[in-house]
Design a protein around this ligand. Structure first.
Ligand SMILES: CC(C)(COP(=O)(O)OP(=O)(O)OC[C@H]1O[C@@H](n2cnc3c(N)ncnc32)[C@H](O)[C@@H]1OP(=O)(O)O)[C@@H](O)C(=O)NCCC(=O)NCCS
Length: 178
């Protein structure tokens, strides 16, 4: 199985694969971002703690190994700034990009640069001919990312996964093709 590189970069944003040894860092980033993530990420609850972070980075290793997802720590100017990845959950030939950014780093193009790097990495994989970004219709900041990257609107539909408190339940899909 072909996998993307463990390190990616775009402008001043770098991505490096999450490792099981990153549990403490992952936990700190999420805890500091909780208020900001809570409306949109169902897992971002007050009870989020070290065990959740350890479980997350372990699952990142597992999903990398089985090819179901490739998740990265995002660094901006060398500082840990969020998380982003490619997920094989939209059917054959496609990968979906997901992202979140620490509130201390938002509004300066970090998610857009991370998604640009991931799009390029996805199209370097054999058999990948389209990349999608899905977000709740109310999550306007998230929707700016694919719009700025030139993805095309590809419709709306009911949410496929558990809703977060700010979600409307309508998912907007953006797509770019090779
Ligand atoms: C969505 C998110 C990843 C964007 O990260 P970011 O690094 O700030 O993104 P960028 O700087 O690349 O672009 C953000 C865009 O959203 C815009 N934006 C920010 N808040 C907004 C709001 N409330 N309404 C509309 N647009 C908004 C910014 O102005 C910018 O657009 P512009 O460049 O046209 O001005 C970040 O806000 C986040 O982590 N949110 C919480 C988690 C989340 O929603 N993840 C995505 C789930 S699908």
């Amino acid at each position: 199985m072909k996998v993307p590189p463990e390190y990616l970069s775009h402008a001043s944003v770098e991505l490096r694969r999450w490792r099981a040894a990153d549990a403490e860092l992952a936990g700190r980033l999420v805890r500091e971002s909780l208020e900001h993530l809570r409306p949109w990420m169902p897992w971002a609850t007050d009870s989020y703690g070290p065990a959740d972070a350890a479980d997350y980075v372990r699952r990142c290793e597992d999903s990398w190994a089985d090819g179901s997802a490739f998740q990265y720590l995002v660094l901006a100017g060398g500082q840990p700034a969020g998380s982003a990845g490619l997920m094989a959950r939209i059917g054959a030939g496609g990968l979906e990009i997901g992202y979140w950014v620490h509130p201390g780093f938002t509004g300066r193009g970090v998610a857009t640069a991370a998604a640009a790097a991931l799009t390029q990495a996805a199209f370097a994989l054999p058999g990948i001919d389209h990349v999608e970004i899905h977000h709740d219709a109310l999550n306007l900041a998230s929707g700016r990312v694919p719009a700025k990257l030139g993805f095309s609107p590809a419709g709306t539909g009911p949410a496929r996964f558990e809703l977060a408190p700010g979600d409307s339940g309508t998912t907007r899909v953006w797509r770019t093709s090779r």
